[in-house]
Design a protein around this ligand. Structure first.
Ligand SMILES: C[S@@+](CC[C@H](N)C(=O)[O-])C[C@H]1O[C@@H](n2cnc3c(N)ncnc32)[C@H](O)[C@@H]1O
Length: 446
């Protein structure tokens, strides 16, 4: 357990001669060739002329938008044409990871490449992160999902863009089951999610996991005789000396050496009056914290429960590197509220978009792979499909289902019910999108 010595105390105690001298200024940046100026990245104009693919057939006006295009240009379009500066509350991205690979779907269709390396990769990510910061609202958050190829270098770049003080967490996720590794190293089963906020006042709905009987018995070991309530005993002091109220005597006792009370003496009196202080036989006070006042176990920054498609029954679109919807559910619930706008500009199969929609958030998605757009349309129109069906070669439509089993399926019905989203692309790419509209029956009003 860490204890709190003050720097002043340390300097007074230490007799070691300091042989190194440091500047008081200690900021740093990551330098590489062709690092563009932030102002140039923001001020460059978007260059495509985006049109709504659905609007050719239907009069749709929708807050939810899907773009087929390069996200660098689309992010500029959102800022410059749609005036969304400071309007987006949550951005989650799961970009290429710098793996130097090419990805195919479960049906062997080429989906996307991940071939940028080193400084080129960092600059590609940096440009997008700078535009994302512009789009984020003051209460907004940014989550970047990567693996151990580029996560560590990207942290330094994001610190430059968002400010180190707005770095909120580095989540380690268990991405797959344990492997029988043949390499001479530890099996790699983790990836990482970096979490930043735009400011200090960000949306935060604390995630909690439900209590289990086992955990309750281990943590809340006491039962109050008078009420039958379960409680645990916690210290009422914390490390560090304070000169204000919390450093003063309470019931004739000073806080232990080097510590202060966690509450003012007035507040401690109030706890004691309500029988919420436990007094040991030697007169040592502790606060009672009751189980019935806890919503659950606060979630920590190692997530073991959200592996991607682990068994044949899990429902997926079949797009490569498709994420577990429950992972997105946790992030979206923690960092946004109903009605807020969520953006994923590396949308892939649209996991973020589907979950955002089900959680009643507005959403914007971008991808430059037509295979990704095809899978997003499939997700919204038909739903996802059991993984086993791809392995067996079966593709029965009745097996398709939405991401949350208990929610009604998304179904394309007729114009007036087509209220999920609009699909935009540059006029020049319409020839790529039209076959998809045909395939999913979008350009044939019934
Ligand atoms: C790792 S996948 C995302 C998977 C997604 N999270 C899911 O659950 O399905 C990355 C996606 O980023 C897209 N992408 C890569 N570079 C892009 C760019 N410059 N503009 C738009 N999309 C891009 C790829 O086509 C790919 O679909």
């Amino acid at each position: 357990m860490a204890t709190g010595d003050t720097k002043k105390e340390w300097n007074e105690h230490t007799s070691i001669i300091q042989i190194e001298k440091y500047e008081s200024e200690s900021t740093y940046t990551l330098q590489y060739k062709n690092k563009a100026k932030t102002s140039k990245i923001i001020d460059t104009n978007y260059c495509s002329s985006y049109v709504s693919a659905f609007k050719r057939f239907y009069e749709v006006e929708n807050d939810n938008k899907l773009f087929y295009g390069d996200n660098l240009d689309v992010l500029r379009y959102l800022l410059q044409k749609l005036n969304l500066k400071n309007k987006i509350d949550l951005v989650y991205i799961d970009p290429p990871y710098g793996t130097n690979s090419v990805f195919k779907t479960r049906n062997q269709k080429s989906s996307y490449t991940d071939t940028l390396q080193g400084a080129n990769y960092l600059e590609y990510l940096r440009k997008r992160a700078i535009l994302i910061r512009e789009l984020l609202s003051e209460q907004g958050s940014f989550y970047l999902h990567l693996d151990n190829n580029m996560a560590f270098q990207s942290k330094v770049i994001l610190d430059e863009i968002f400010g180190e003080k707005n770095f909120r967490g580095y989540i380690t996720r268990k991405k797959c089951s344990n492997k029988n590794y043949t390499k001479n190293t530890f099996g790699n089963i983790s990836d990482y999610i970096l979490f930043y906020s735009k400011s200090e006042k960000y949306i935060w709905n604390r995630a909690v996991a439900p209590w289990t009987d086992d955990k309750i018995k281990k943590e809340y070991t006491n039962i109050e005789k008078e009420t039958g309530r379960r409680y645990k005993k916690v210290p009422i002091h914390a490390p560090g000396i304070r000169n204000g109220e919390t450093g003063k005597e309470w019931k004739g006792m000073l806080p232990p050496k080097g510590k202060h009370w966690q509450y003012t003496p007035t507040k401690l009196d109030e706890f004691d009056r309500k029988n919420e202080i436990y007094w040991s036989s030697t007169g040592n006070p502790r606060r009672k914290v009751y189980l019935d006042q806890s919503n659950g176990i606060p979630v920590q920054d190692i997530w073991l429960e959200y592996q991607d498609a682990v068994n044949q029954n899990v429902k997926i679109t079949g797009y490569p590197t498709e994420k577990n919807p429950l992972l997105l559910k946790r992030i979206i619930e923690a960092s946004s509220n109903e009605g807020d706008v969520v953006l994923d500009c590396f949308a892939g199969s649209g996991t973020t978009l589907g979950v955002a929609s089900q959680l009643k958030r507005k959403w914007i998605g971008v991808d430059n792979s037509s295979e990704a757009i095809d899978n997003i349309l499939k997700r919204f129109i038909k739903g996802t499909q059991q993984m086993g069906d791809y392995v067996n070669g079966k593709k029965k439509e009745e097996k398709m289902a939405t991401i949350f089993e208990n929610e009604p399926e998304y179904k394309y019905k007729k114009q007036s019910n087509f209220d999920n989203f609009e699909l935009f692309t540059d006029e020049n790419f319409m020839n790529i999108i039209e076959p998809l509209l045909d395939k999913w029956n979008i350009n044939k009003p019934k």
